[in-house]
Design a protein around this ligand. Structure first.
Ligand SMILES: [Zn+2]
Length: 1231
């Protein structure tokens, strides 16, 4: 891969040298027939221009020549394509895409890239194409597609020269998508990379700080901002923005101190921010809000006024001004200010609310109702129900007081007919505001005053009051005017707001702003020209709250997330919350923040998905093949055909579990008490199992090597060629310098999640019975077909009933009592969760079902958790008793089934604690417990020869060691697949039950889509599937109860989620059966993790070599896959080694100790095998901080800061490869 540094430099220099020549040759290049041609030099220059230069070529002033050439090239290519009637090399389209991208002609770039994509089946090998495509998608806010394209670039070329730019943009997009963990990871990856990128490192640091703020990690945010301020030569704009954020955060966040201190800090920060950038309307606005909140009305007015002067009119500012006026008992001015606000933003809920309150205070319920109605229609109305209540109340009381004299916005009274006709401001009229703005200019308070004076004798008491007020105002206004126009600033003793002339004079400016704003919004949402005005480099800030948390009324929720900078809102026009702020970035970081975090309705900004779901329309309409791919990732969700509750899978299978049974777990488990799951289990006895054995063969995994992502491509001869041949073949390839390790291997296409299995299952097959096996004695447990049954890919899950009893396992060793006696100070990870109805997951307010599962982490000890567990049980018993008493008292036999699960009660939910991931790996501490588990049959044992995880040579906590879970009812293990798709074993200790939900492996792509749609990360987030949605998407869900002593076997790749029905403990670990299916799924997940930048806990490369050393494999399919992986790694090691040597980089022999764990890159967490890149410093300190080659190069281009340590001799690896041969099948005689 040609390095960008080189191509950038050569491009620039050739422009300088050949500029004149090119200019001279310009006329000659136009042929007589008007067709174009390019000179050799031009072609050479163009050859160095592709998507990687995006953001690095200047198109104005000194870059004008580039622009001219690109324009010419585009015309040239277009005419060529036209002449050839489209039948040209696909590369033409790719080039055309690049040129159009560099010219920022996005629609044309997209269309050219699409043509290329359609023509070139192995387009994924072309990193510059994927990068260009990602940039175009990014431009259109099609984040889903942009993320995919960018991830694929890094997958096919981890050393891509714009990796930093990609990480930056991934960080921004994940931030908008509220996937904060991923966002932080990518920002950090961007930050360590010393290559050039369109943002400076202080700007990236700023984004990290803002990310903390967005996550409400205010102390982290504060620290990060303050650290930024320490940076030497911090650019003024960055400084101003950082100070602005700090100021606003202090104003909003209670955690940062008592009110007085906070506000004083806030004001100091904002003042300093204004020193750095005196022209920030936003900082002035914030300052106004701070002053207002501490009662410095005068200063507040001055600040607001500055804000209006410095920036385009903002509804928030006007709304705040209105509040201030209203507090000063200047209803007329307040009225006008609010009207300015709603004119600028008709959906400004807060302004409508305040206006309503204002009308109410002036006894104009009719008008108040209108305002409240408008408020409910606002974008960010969060309290529709209380508003509706208020409206009802007003309507009712209106009937009692039919004749109130209107004071404000009078429609009946002739005097004020010219006044603000509130009812004129309806949504359909907002657009034509220039007229009403004109009218409003005549309706300033002075005008009113004149009118009122003229009608002095016929005024109502309210109007008289108003007249008095206006008279006073006039006096004050004259005082202000008298002080001279030179200074608007009132002195410290001047009590009067400088705005006392009312806001009318600003109306014109405001209405201009409105026109500007509304214009571009009339474009259709999927119009490709929509973002044409955008700067090519865009930045996205997830804003997480409205900034206008107006504190005038309690009901006044900030109206949300409209951006302050009109330019921004134009682009974000289609996103109701405007969460995404798009604008030119590199030099305008001060505009990066539309709305700082911290206002109360933090949670409102959760709809960037709207943005994304809108955006694929672009691709869907224009993108042909890509949209086919698209639909793969978005299986059509059928519209609800049946809304009735009974259509949900849950209610079909399950009637509610009786509460008494789930709470009083000490009673024996009557089979009938769990009617539905029970009926769904099919039982297999020994005879059946035996008969299964004969049919077991055809049922065994038939792993199609051709299907699915070709991570393990079907191998032909090459696996069997000797290692020396292989190495000879690749020896000559790596000579031309250091390059990334992927280049000389056959590339595999980036992995993609599987599409929903076709044909879809009929609805009656969506609640399959759970495969269950009842054991009666020890012999049953050790019966070999049991193993085959469990590992058969046809059975995503197997419940082995009565295992503990059959084996006489002493489960009491894992009871809470024994655990406390054994190790009471042992660490317990705690997940704080909401106690939800049995099979549903609601948002904390109980208003809608969501996928995101609240699960906050903390730590405690076994002793403390045990206490909690016990007291929770006691409390519940007491509650049960109380309920029983109540029932007796009311003797209402209708409601005897107490609804423990809270089916009817949707929040507020009780908080519960789940003690999880308790590490039982220490065999000194947990000797008895671990010994007891050796009684299990080999295939479920923690350690056994047939368990791949026993061949790692080191510990992976919780995978090849035991973990314990301590639960109270409702404790939830959210949805997941096991690490690297390994199998898992889970035994319920009791005394209570657990309920399991299980989805087969081949549906994980569907669940992944659901997660994406809900802005959740399938691999990293906590999510709880909505069963109705799964049913509609034809996803089968196994559902069953695990009783004490039952062992649940989760097969490779099975998706599952679990919740405790009663009080119980569980123990669990992972197992890797030696099957082709397990190995294939583990490797596939290894690759998917790599694409997703997620660490693979199982180092598959390391494991594959250990398998080759230690295990005899008789399954040809499994053998082929392992052998192929070894070959690939062998080639990689050899190639990299030779490249390093050729470049004069010494490879130092290091070797490895016996149980040395596999190594991971300290930066990107990818597994590093054999050749470790260790910083000089950590090498001399013997701390050996390992990097992968790509990350090493990002921090030190020529690797000067690194030593390369070698852990294996090539001869050794070659020998292992040679000696790994297919073992004769043991079972071949029987088949
Ligand atoms: Zn790395």
């Amino acid at each position: 891969m040609k390095s960008c540094g080189v191509s950038l430099a050569s491009t620039t220099s050739s422009f300088r040298d050949d500029g004149k020549k090119m200019a001279a040759g310009k006329e000659s290049s136009e042929c007589k027939d008007g067709s174009l041609s390019l000179t050799a030099e031009e072609k050479e220059v163009l050859g160095g221009l592709d998507s990687r230069l995006f953001g690095f070529v200047r198109l104005h002033e000194d870059g004008a020549r580039t622009k001219t050439l690109l324009g010419k090239a585009v015309r040239y290519y277009e005419s060529l394509i036209l002449k050839a009637e489209g039948k040209v090399e696909s590369d033409f389209f790719c080039q055309l895409g690049h040129f159009n991208l560099l010219l920022e002609d996005y629609p044309k770039a997209l269309s050219a890239y699409q043509r290329y994509h359609n023509l070139q089946s192995d387009y994924w090998k072309n990193a510059t194409f994927l990068y260009g495509l990602g940039l175009v998608y990014f431009y259109y806010n099609a984040f889903h597609w942009a993320i995919k394209a960018f991830q694929e670039v890094l997958y096919v070329d981890p050393g891509f020269c714009r990796a930093k730019e990609i990480h930056l943009r991934l960080g921004l997009m994940f931030k908008v998508n509220t996937d904060y963990e991923s966002s932080l990871k990518h920002f950090r990856l961007a930050l360590i990379d010393c290559n050039p990128c369109t943002l400076s490192s202080v700007e990236i640091q700023f984004h990290i700080a803002h990310l903390y703020e967005t996550q409400q990690k205010y102390h982290f945010a504060k620290e990060a901002y303050e650290q930024l301020l320490q940076t030497e030569n911090l650019p003024a704009q960055v400084k101003a923005t950082v100070l602005q954020q700090l100021g606003w955060m202090h104003h909003n966040v209670d955690l940062l101190g008592d009110k007085a201190t906070k506000e004083s800090y806030a004001i100091q920060y904002l003042q300093k921010s204004l020193e750095a950038d005196p022209n920030s309307g936003l900082s002035w606005y914030f300052l106004g809000r701070c002053y207002s909140s501490i009662g410095k009305v005068q200063d507040a007015f001055i600040s607001y006024r500055q804000s209006i002067d410095k920036s385009e009119a903002s509804a928030d500012t006007w709304c705040s001004i209105g509040v201030l006026y209203q507090q000063q008992n200047q209803p007329m001015d307040a009225l006008q200010a609010y009207i300015c606000a709603v004119q600028l933003d008709h959906g400004h809920t807060a302004a409508w609310m305040d206006l309503g309150t204002l009308y109410e205070s002036c006894h104009q319920p009719q008008d108040a109702i209108k305002c409240y109605l408008n408020a409910t229609r606002g974008k960010n109305c969060s309290n529709t129900s209380s508003l509706a209540g208020r409206i009802k109340f007003l309507q009712a009381s209106k009937a009692h007081h039919p004749k109130t004299e209107p004071v404000l916005g009078l429609c009946q009274t002739p005097i004020l007919q010219q006044s603000l006709p509130l009812h004129m401001i309806h949504s359909n009229q907002v657009d034509g505001l220039s007229n009403s703005a004109e009218r409003k200019r005549t309706s300033s308070p002075t005008k009113h005053l004149e009118q009122l004076r003229a009608n002095k004798d016929h005024l109502s008491p309210a109007q008289k009051l108003m007249l008095e007020q206006l008279e006073t105002q006039l006096v004050l206004m004259q005082q202000v005017l008298h002080k001279g126009q030179s200074s608007h600033m009132s002195g410290p003793n001047d009590e009067q707001p400088p705005f006392s002339t009312g806001p009318a004079q600003y109306l014109q400016a405001a209405s201009v702003g409105v026109q500007k704003q509304t214009g571009p919004q009339t474009l259709p949402s999927n119009s490709v020209t929509q973002g044409a005005a955008l700067n090519h480099l865009s930045s996205h800030i997830a804003t997480s709250g409205g900034q206008q948390g107006i504190n005038f009324t309690k009901e006044n929720k900030p109206s949300g997330n409209r951006s302050l900078v009109p330019e921004i809102s134009r682009h974000a026009g289609d996103t109701p919350n405007g969460c995404v702020v798009v604008k030119g970035l590199s030099n305008h970081i001060q505009q990066l923040i539309a709305e700082p975090v911290g206002s109360p309705n933090h949670g409102d900004c959760t709809s960037p998905d709207l943005l994304i779901s809108d955006s694929p329309q672009i691709s869907a309409t224009n993108i042909g093949k890509a949209s086919d791919k698209a639909s793969n990732n978005h299986p059509p969700i059928h519209t609800k055909t049946n809304n009735s509750v009974t259509s949900s899978p849950s209610s079909i299978i399950f009637t509610t579990t009786s509460s008494t049974k789930s709470t009083a777990q000490t009673t024996t488990h009557s089979v009938t008490s769990l009617n539905s799951p029970q009926n769904n289990l099919y039982k297999i006895n020994r005879e059946e199992l035996q008969s299964l054995q004969s049919s077991a063969k055809p049922n065994l995994p038939i792993i199609s090597l051709e299907s699915g992502p070709q991570i393990i491509p079907s191998m032909s001869v090459s696996i069997y060629s000797s290692s020396t041949e292989v190495l000879k073949a690749c020896r000559n390839l790596g000579k031309n310098g250091l390059s990334n390790s992927h280049i000389f291997l056959e590339k595999c296409p980036p992995p993609t999640p599987p599409t929903s299995p076709y044909p879809p299952l009929p609805k009656d097959k969506l609640n399959p019975p759970t495969p269950s096996i009842y054991l009666e004695n020890k012999r049953d447990a050790f019966f070999p077909p049991l193993h085959q049954f469990c590992t058969n890919p046809k059975n995503p899950v197997t419940v082995i009933r009565g295992l503990a009893g059959a084996l006489k396992l002493d489960l009491g060793l894992f009871s809470t009592k024994t655990l406390v006696e054994a190790n009471n100070e042992h660490v317990v990870e705690v997940r704080t969760q909401l106690l939800q109805p049995a099979d549903e997951n609601w948002d904390p307010t109980g208003t809608k079902k969501i996928w995101h599962c609240e699960s906050n982490r903390s730590h405690t000890t076994i002793a403390k958790y045990a206490q909690y567990q016990a007291s929770s049980f006691q409390e519940s018993l007491r509650e049960e008793n109380e309920k029983r008493m109540q029932h007796k008292e009311c003797s209402d036999n209708e409601s005897t089934s107490s609804d423990f699960s809270g089916k009817r009660r949707k929040g507020p939910f009780k908080t519960i604690k789940f003690g999880t991931n308790i590490d039982l790996s220490d065999d000194k501490k947990w000797k008895l417990q671990l010994h007891e588990l050796t009684k299990l049959p080999a295939f479920v044992r923690v350690v056994s020869a047939g368990n791949l995880l026993s061949h790692l040579g080191h510990t992976i906590l919780g995978m090849n060691t035991v973990q314990l879970y301590m639960k109270v009812p409702g404790s939830r293990t959210p949805g997941h697949q096991e690490n690297n798709n390994f199998c898992s074993v889970n035994i319920n200790i009791g005394p209570g039950d657990c309920e399991w939900f299980v989805v087969p492996e081949d549906y994980w792509g569907v669940l992944n889509d659901f997660c994406e749609k809900n802005n959740l990360n399938f691999l990293m987030s906590s999510w709880w599937p909505n069963l109705e949605e799964l049913y509609e998407a034809n996803v089968p869900v196994y559902r069953f109860i695990q009783r004490p002593g039952d062992l649940v076997w989760i097969n490779a790749g099975t998706v599952h989620w679990v919740q405790a029905v009663g009080w119980c403990n569980n123990i669990a670990w992972n197992v890797g059966p030696l099957t082709a299916c397990q190995y294939k799924l583990a490797v596939e997940r290894y690759e998917w993790n790599k694409l997703q930048s997620v660490k693979s806990l199982v180092p598959m490369v390391h494991l594959s070599w250990n398998m080759a050393r230690n295990i005899k494999v008789s399954d040809p399919k499994l053998f082929e896959m392992i052998k192929y992986c070894l070959l690939k790694i062998l080639k990689q090691c050899q190639t990299l080694r030779e490249a390093l040597t050729a470049a004069g980089k010494e490879v130092i022999w290091h070797g490895r100790t016996n149980d040395e764990p596999a190594h991971y890159c300290n930066i990107c967490e990818v597994e590093v095998f054999d050749l470790l890149f260790v910083t000089n410093e950590s090498n001399s300190q013997k701390t050996y901080i390992v990097h992968c080659q790509d990350c090493a190069r990002k921090t030190s281009g020529n690797l000067d800061n690194f030593v390369v340590l070698e852990q294996y001799k090539m001869e050794d690896l070659m020998q292992v490869y040679e000696q790994f041969t297919l073992a004769p099948s043991i079972s071949s005689s029987s088949s």
